[in-house]
Design a protein around this ligand. Structure first.
Ligand SMILES: C[S@@+](CC[C@H](N)C(=O)[O-])C[C@H]1O[C@@H](n2cnc3c(N)ncnc32)[C@H](O)[C@@H]1O
Length: 416
């Protein structure tokens, strides 16, 4: 343990008066705070060597996991908690242990989190919150590589009640646990705290993988703590992202295939040098794309996704979260004359089979009857890109020359 300016007597006196519990933190002279040994949890939460990665622990209590991160070679470590008394002890203990950890007061429900960290840890926190999903969104934004949660599932009492109400035997408990359920109410809470939510592991996995597209994988494993589960989510990291965006029928797949084919020279025009090192994915298939780290990704993005899903705006589309995972992003927006769009969609409707794709094409065809609506889709997309600091680069797909065009082409092509 690093040098300390505290004598053995100082620390013993402090431990006697502070009466700490909950987390056993090792201190100099072989001393430690009284509390359960959380090393088995730390071994799941962190790898043996953190190699300078930054760590944020939200709801850190006395800061045990911050100490553990430092011990494993973390760089910047920040512990947040809403309880000022605990933070005071956390600071004193870190000082005694000689660990450089920043402890800050923060209510995750009302305050912004202090920046982005490689690993974000929130253990046994969410079931204390009034709005855990809003807090979860903040945790996700703060996380660069890995999000580690320890969550409380439905309590034994609730399980028994639900099984009884469903007329199921007790041994069917696993059936409930394996469903994506959120328990709402006072489950296990003190009588004064009624607004609580409890997630089955499947519910949390679904939230992280289906409501968000930024995680490549999510793993749930039982915690040594009864009724608790670790949920570990690996964020995607894409060095370079190229988005081919456009409405149904504009020719995204054709252009994507042509750019990925070696020897066409098209890849280089769109910044895809060495296409073999790149991967091409459709937005609809993103959820099954499990690789966390990619050098280059080409995404096929249908501009009508938010229209078909009836979202209030393009920004609501979860597939676009992928833009937050990329180092460098270039967007190419494809355009062709409206009569060509209509004809291509009619042609596809003649050959498509799946009910999902037929519905999408029918929505597209109805939209293409109204040039003003099509122009609005492009305008909204241009505004969305501008808000993200990205340019509206237009590619003409009416011929295989795939020329880059200026904005004037929208008026010319989308008039009737
Ligand atoms: C059950 S303890 C878990 C402590 C630690 N994460 C662990 O697993 O050992 C929950 C911690 O979250 C803190 N907390 C509760 N609500 C919070 C909030 N809104 N913002 C930040 N911290 C909060 C509490 O003060 C407490 O220290």
């Amino acid at each position: 343990m690093a040098g300390t300016r505290y004598s053995r007597e100082d620390i013993v006196r402090y431990l006697e008066t502070a009466r700490l519990s909950y987390q056993r933190i090792e201190l100099p002279y072989g001393l430690a705070t009284p509390g359960p040994d959380r090393r088995p949890t730390a071994d799941v939460v962190f790898p043996a060597e953190l190699g300078g990665q930054s760590v944020l622990d939200v709801g850190c209590f006395l800061g045990y996991f911050c100490h553990e991160a430092k011990r494993r070679g973390a760089g910047e470590v920040v512990g947040l908690d809403s309880n000022p008394e605990r933070l005071g002890h956390a600071r004193r203990l870190a000082d005694m242990a000689g660990h450089d950890i920043a402890f800050r007061a923060c209510d995750v429900e009302t305050d912004e989190l202090p920046g982005r960290f490689d690993i974000v840890v929130a253990l046994n926190l969410l079931h204390h919150l009034r709005d855990p999903l809003a807090a979860l969104a903040k945790l996700i934004r703060a996380c660069r590589r890995q999000l580690v949660l320890e969550i409380a599932g439905l309590s034994d009492g609730s399980m028994r009640r639900y099984l009884k109400e469903l007329g199921l035997r007790r041994r069917k408990r696993r059936v409930l646990e394996d469903l994506p359920l959120i328990g709402v109410g006072r489950d296990g809470a003190s009588p004064l705290r009624e607004r609580r939510f409890f997630f089955t592991p499947r519910a949390m996995e679904n939230i992280l993988t289906q409501h968000h597209r930024i995680f490549a994988s999510v793993r749930a494993t039982p915690s040594p703590k009864k009724g608790r589960t670790f949920v570990i989510a690996e964020r995607r990291r894409i060095e370079r992202l190229v988005l081919f965006a456009g409405p149904s029928g504009v020719g995204k797949s054709r252009l994507m295939q042509a750019t990925m084919r070696p020897g066409t020279g098209l890849g280089a025009r769109f910044g895809i040098t060495e296409p073999s090192a790149w991967k091409a994915v459709q937005a609809v298939d993103l959820a099954s794309e499990r690789e966390a780290v990619s050098h280059g990704l080409v995404l096929h993005y249908d501009l009508l996704r938010s229209v078909v899903a009836n979202y209030p705006s393009i920004a609501h589309d979860e597939a676009l979260e992928l833009l937050d995972c990329a180092g460098a992003t270039v967007v190419y927006t494809l355009v062709c004359p409206l009569p060509v769009l209509r004809e291509r969609v009619r042609e596809r409707l003649r050959v498509e089979r799946g009910p999902g794709s037929i519905r999408n094409l029918e929505v597209a065809l109805r939209l293409y009857e109204d040039p003003a609506r099509v122009r609005r889709v492009y305008e909204a997309w241009g505004d969305y890109l501008a808000a993200r600091g990205l340019a509206l680069e237009l590619v003409d797909t009416s011929t295989d020359a795939y020329e880059l065009r200026d904005r004037g082409i929208l008026g010319e092509y989308l008039n009737g």
